[in-house]
Design a protein around this ligand. Structure first.
Ligand SMILES: *Cc1c(COP(=O)(O)O)cnc(C)c1O
Length: 308
């Protein structure tokens, strides 16, 4: 069960490297088939659902997990049920799930109640639960660590990534560990306002993988870094404007972490760009200037362009 996930580009961020005095690379997980790293784990979770002859894939999410689950299930010929708390809709992500035919249900309740119901159905054996509790997902996600070491020839000195539920942090820890060439310092960026941050993919108050994620971070000599929304949005803008990398806000937590940490000059640092900017067009509407009105006259256009 594959859509060609993984083997994502690792590009050097030349201008950011110069500003920080570091050797910064961006791992573009936004270039996966559904435009987030979730595909790495979902390919295995859905393959296993097929193997176990389950007919329906279920998850409680409004985000990238839902988009990825729905897409892989569609390709596998399985039905998908997405449970979402009423009102908590992420525009691009929900569009992806609907486009591939997932059944999106608004639950009259909160996220935890939706997840509890999904777990109950999974326990009955009729539905495969593909939330991050699904153990196969980490096995897929760890492969990103392998790719980084293969491409750089050695583990980087620093790995920076957003920290929501902590599954991805944990998966990188496993990946570098299994490769056996050493683990970079892991710097995990979490939102100061975990419950209400602009970075919706890390808007998680109770990280499911906290214990293991903390162990990976501390074992690497790294740290959990708390980020304000302003810091996340500044990094989001810098990635777009200075490197041409348009990501969703949560992904920019990786660069925000580098910007506010004291790292030895010249270190090799990899930022994980977890999801694409088109997932969340509302942030662009809120955080950039709107188009300006202009007459179709060369002089007027040239003048207006100088003014911006
Ligand atoms: C899921 C997700 C995260 C958070 O990953 P965790 O494994 O929950 O820590 C960050 N960014 C994006 C774009 C995501 O989809």
């Amino acid at each position: 069960m594959s859509l060609g996930e993984g083997s994502t580009p690792l590009i050097r961020a030349n201008r950011i490297s110069e500003r920080l005095g570091l050797d910064v690379y961006l791992k573009l997980e936004s270039m996966n088939p559904t435009a987030s790293f979730k595909d790495r784990g979902m390919t295995i979770a859905v393959s296993k659902a097929l193997e176990e002859r389950v007919q329906v894939v279920i998850c409680a999410s409004t985000g990238n997990t839902a988009a990825s689950a729905a897409t892989y299930a569609a390709r596998a010929g399985l039905a998908t049920v997405i449970l979402q708390p009423a009102g908590a809709v992420a525009l691009g992500k929900l569009a992806q799930a609907r486009a591939v035919g997932a059944q999106v249900m608004e639950v009259r309740g909160n996220f935890d109640q939706a997840l509890a119901a999904a777990r109950e159905l999974a326990a009955r054996g009729t539905h495969a639960l593909v939330n991050s509790l699904n153990p196969y997902r980490l096995e897929g996600q760890k492969t990103a660590a392998f790719e980084i070491v293969e491409e750089l020839g050695a583990p980087p000195d620093v790995l920076a990534l957003p920290y929501g539920g902590g599954g991805n942090t944990r998966a990188y820890g496993i990946g570098f560990d299994e490769w056996g060439a050493g683990t970079p310092l892991i710097l995990a960026g979490e939102a100061q306002d975990r419950g209400g941050t602009v970075a919706s993919a890390i808007r998680i108050t109770e990280p499911v993988h906290r214990k293991y994620a903390q162990r990976a971070i501390e074992g690497s000599g790294g740290a959990t870094v708390t980020l304000t929304d302003d810091a996340i949005l500044a990094a989001w803008r810098e990635l777009a404007e200075r490197e041409g990398v348009f990501c969703e806000p949560s992904s920019a937590a990786s660069l925000a972490v580098l910007s506010q940490s004291d790292i030895l000059k010249g270190s090799v640092a990899v930022c994980i760009v977890t999801g694409h900017g088109l997932k969340d067009p509302r942030t662009v509407e809120r955080s950039t200037l709107p188009p300006i009105q202009v007459d179709p006259e060369p002089d007027a256009i040239a003048e207006a362009a100088i003014g911006t």
